[in-house]
Design a protein around this ligand. Sequence first.
Ligand code: TYM
Length: 336
Amino acid sequence: MKGKSTERPLVLTGLQPSAGVQLGNFLGAIRSWVSLQESMECLFFLADMHAITVPQEPDQLRTNTLDCVAMYLACGIDPEKSQIFIQSQVFGHAELAWILACSTAIGQLERMTQFKDKSARKESESVGAGLLYYPLLMAADILLYDADYVPTGEDQKQHVELTRDVAEHFNRRYSPTFTVPKPLISNACARVMSLQNPFAKMSKSDPNPLGVVFLTDSDAQIQKKFRSAVTDSGREVRALPEKPGICNLLEILCGLTGEPVEELEVHYASASYAEFKGAVAAAAVATIGPIREKFFELRQKKDFLLAVLERGRKTAQEQALSTLSKVYRKVGFLEK
Ligand code: TYM
C-alpha cells in the first residue's frame, strides 16, 4: 500500500454488485482498471453497501457479489497485482461517511445528477435517505485509502468532484488529513448508451432488457440485442448529432476494436444499418465470449474467490483503520 511498501500512486474504484456486469461497465471502466494495474497500486472493491440504496433480494445480492468478483478476474484484474475486497467486510466505510456527512450541506447532495435522476424516477414512492447519502459513502470509500486516482465512467465524475470538495473542506477545518483524489475518465466509451434508448446510459436496471448487454450473455443474446438496437430512419453510418443511436454503436465498436470512429465511418460508408449492426455484434461476441467462458470457470472456484477476498479485506482493513483512527483523533473522539 501507498506510503508503506511502494510509492506508486494509489487507485481505488469499484462497482455495485446489484446485478451482473454490463458492457458499459466494461468499456467505460473495468477495461482501463486492468491496464492501470501495471503502473499503479490498485484497490478494486464491490460496493454492496451502495447496492442496498435500492431494494435487493438478500440471497441474490450475495450471489451477485461473488459473480462480480469472478467477473473482475475474468476481465483481467489480477489478484497477484491488485487487491479485491467487499465494502461491507471492511469496518470504517460507514463510520467515515457519517463523519463526512456532519460537515456536508444537504444542498450539495441534492444537486447530484444521479440523485436527481433516481429520485425523479421514483416520484410518488418515497426516496430512501440512502440515495441522498450515497455520494458521502462513496467519498468515504475513496478517502479511507488515500486514493490518488479514481477511474470511473463519466456518470461517476460528479461524485468524485464532490469527494474532492469534502476532502478539502475537512483538511481546511481540521488539518491536512486526506489526499484529494483525481477522477480518471477514459476518452472513449465513458458513457455507453442503452441500445434501446440512446438518450439513457446503458444500465443494469434498463426497463428494456434488450437495451443492456451483460458480459454473461450468450452469443445469440448479444447478436439479438445489437440486431434490434435503435437507429434512425436514415441509411448512412455517420457520427452525426441527429444519429444518436448510430453514434453509440460507432463508439461501442471503437471501444471494442480500438479503431477510431472516423476510420469506422469510412470503413462502413457503403454498409447498410443491418450490416453495420452485424459487425458491432461480431466484435462484441469476440470480446465477450472469452470473458464469459473464463467467468463460468472461475465462478466454480468459490474457495479461491473467497481466499482472494480475504487477502484483499486484510490489506484494506489495515489501511482503513489507520485513516479512521487519525480522523477520530482530529474530530475529537476520545481514544480507546
Ligand atoms: P456502477 O456500479 O454504477 O458502475 C461501475 C463503473 O462502470 C461505469 N459505468 C459506465 N461507464 C460507461 N458507460 C456506462 N453506461 C456505464 N455504466 C456504468 C461507472 O461509471 C463506474 O465506473 N457509485 C459507483 C460505485 C462506487 C465507487 C465508489 C466507484 C461506490 N464507491 C468509490 C469509485 C470509487 C457505481 O455505482 O458504479
